[in-house]
Design a protein around this ligand. Sequence first.
Ligand code: S3P
Length: 182
Amino acid sequence: MDDLVIEIREKLNKPIVLVGMMGCGKSHIGGALASYLDMPFYDSDAEVEAEQGQSIQAIFDAYGEGRFRDLEVNKIAELIGGETPSVISTGGGALMRSETLTLMKERAISVWIECDVDTIYERVKDDTARPLLQNEDPKGVLISLLERREGLYKQADVHVENTVQDTEVTLRRIGQEVLERL
Ligand code: S3P
């Protein structure tokens, strides 16, 4: 274990929460960060799916986006409320609920994983598992979602650019920036 990891593990007493647009690598970075820090990893989308026994697409289809947001806000509150060090990756729309934004500020260290819209589009354009993009203009949707959400993501404690994906570099940058805030 390197010195950075040892120091973070000694000082961290709350979860690290990853936020940002879909397709920016939150789940991938989150899993890698949790392994690097040797802490549990939770993905709020996967936790909602496991609890409901249904995919997010199926939840949207059957009950609508509002129901998914209720499930999401409750699940994130449960995960953040744990207070033990962990890494939590959230869905791209999680901060649209003010309760989640408040909780994130009060009880977690938050990290915005950012990348540009063209890169996101290339990564998600053929993905059928993201209900908000199942329409005629997925790129237009991405642009307008980002416009509405960027101000929320900016409120995260740490901001890391992940357009050029190099997991090792991104992990160390997150580690250093998190440590500075502990
Ligand atoms: C959403 C992002 C998805 C998922 C759901 C809604 C959004 O998560 O929660 O499809 O509103 O941006 P990812 O960001 O993990 O793709």
